[in-house]
Design a protein. Sequence first.
Length: 378
Amino acid sequence: MPPERRPLGSGPGISLFTLGTMRATGSPEQMLEVLEAALDAGINHVETAPSYGPAEACLGQALDRIATSRPGDRAELVLTSKILPGASLESGQAQLFGSLQRLGVHRLDNLAVHGLNRPEHLAWALEGEGARLLEWALAQGLVGQLGFSSHGSTPLIEQALASGRFSFCSLHLHLFDQERVPLAQRALAGGIGVLAISPADKGGRLYDPPPELIADCAPLEPLRLAYRYLLAKGISSLTLGAERRQDLELAGQLKSAAGPLDNQELHALRHLEASGQSRLGAERCGQCRACLPCPSGVPIPELLRLRNLALGHGMETFASERYNLIGRAGHWWEALDASACHSCGACLPRCPHGLEIPALLADTHRRLAAAPRRRLWG
């Protein structure tokens, strides 16, 4: 069966999976191996960024080799790169020309604002120097369409999608974090392409699942179930940050698996939900967000989501890793952890489940706080 292709905004159709290049940066040879594996898996969309260290340069050399060895596949590749918000017109122009040079191309299919996470980032793209830069890039034919990636709030993402500036977006959409899935489906219905950011890694380290999670998803592997959940929701493409050929094997198996969930998958999802509820009991946070806003600015639902994963599915390693990044990743992640809770009690009457939220937050901090870790990039 030929690989499925889905529309991405106004651009060329893309594969159900996207090769992300932030991990295959050890050498041009590593990038070439991963790119060839992606092509073998039916992938025709590659995303990169200047912020990913030598990724663009390594990819450019790999593309040059592919153009000779597999010219038909090279002709079908769709390329996306990114630019950080905040640059002046002149600086942004230089950055874009630098990306084109490193990649060895005259035009990008897609250019995304990398990390549209704060209101000032959106203002830059819509009204400031960024607006001039993006309009210039389109007018010069240097990019085919514009998009953005965001780790920001749902209201901010809604504003960006409603602005008319962007034809596609990259969002955190995961089986274990479904908050923005309805938003993504509305964007898709309006013709805006949607990429899921790192559903394997940021979605729960699902390439290395704990025993509890394996049992909860049986007979399916957790990563397969997570991929199928998103594909069945109509998400344009799922990004995979591969380091080696083996990382793309499952994507190859699912390259045409865009249909609705089957009975086995639906049963696995119900069993997953029931298992988490059983382990957490009355302490399970339902993620309704009625507890917000917190007077101290604590992101209560996100912190209790991590607790749900740690206690409900044995995902302590992932939950601790994410929790430990809070306050250490700038505008890419939450700023306050559970230690910022002052037990004021404002959230208590709002919770429809009657959760003792301050006590649960304190327990979350005791369980998940750890020594600082370095981010992969940035």
